[in-house]
Design a protein around this ligand. Structure first.
Ligand SMILES: Nc1ncnc2c1ncn2[C@@H]1O[C@H](COP(=O)(O)OP(=O)(O)OP(=O)(O)O)[C@@H](O)[C@H]1O
Ligand SMILES: [Mg+2]
Length: 179
């Protein structure tokens, strides 16, 4: 049996590749799934989430939650809440804002700037950190799994990248198989 992946670093050629990554992960989303997105301002967290929602069948607008803090999406199978905690200044503000039930077992949650609630948020299934490179269209994407199902998703993703199934996405680490 192969060892499950706990982390994976990918190179995303352009924004389409970021959308391809989002579409590859979309089938993993469901009630109780938590995905935390890190990276500097403009690194692509909202662009990734927009593509994720499109892949999940949401046809309407996807607004950045930078100002509203939370945007709800009632998808066909489950509800997904898209959060942005950038404006929080202490790590309990997300609870005080009443967001606790939306980060529980009944809904999917995608959180930008989870660092602003460090130490108080429940564990993620997957953490995705996006970083700029010298090429303005390119991003480096580091994925870390913090649950058993997150590890299974990463292993499946690594296999797909290794087989060249995901256009515009290459593997930086691990460099050993399966990548
Ligand atoms: N490979 C790429 N992946 C994602 N976005 C890209 C890529 N290349 C260029 N971009 C552009 O980078 C910008 C990313 O902005 P976005 O709002 O998604 O960032 P963000 O990480 O959510 O920032 P913030 O922390 O301010 O919410 C968009 O203008 C997008 O078109
Ligand atoms: Mg954003």
């Amino acid at each position: 049996m192969s060892v499950p992946e706990t982390s994976l670093t990918l190179l995303l050629r352009d924004e389409l590749a970021t959308a391809t990554l989002a579409a590859a992960l979309a089938p993993c989303l469901g009630p109780g799934v938590r995905l935390y997105l890190s990276g500097e301002l403009g690194s692509g967290k909202t662009a990734f989430t927009r593509a994720l929602l499109r892949a999940l069948g949401h046809a309407g607008r996807v607004r950045s939650p930078s100002f509203t803090l939370a945007e709800p999406y009632h998808l066909s199978r489950f509800a997904l809440y898209h959060f942005d905690f950038y404006r929080f200044s202490d790590s309990n503000e997300w609870r005080e804002a009443g967001f606790e039930e939306w980060l529980g077992d009944d809904t999917a949650a995608v959180v930008e700037w989870p660092e602003m609630a460090a130490g108080t948020l429940p564990a993620a299934d997957l953490r995705l950190a996006l970083a700029a490179t010298d090429d303005p269209q390119q991003r480096q994407a580091r994925l870390d799994a913090d649950s058993a199902r997150g590890q299974a998703w990463l292993s499946a993703l690594a296999g797909r990248v290794a087989r060249g199934e995901l256009d515009g996405i290459s593997c930086l680490a691990p460099s050993a198989p399966p990548c």
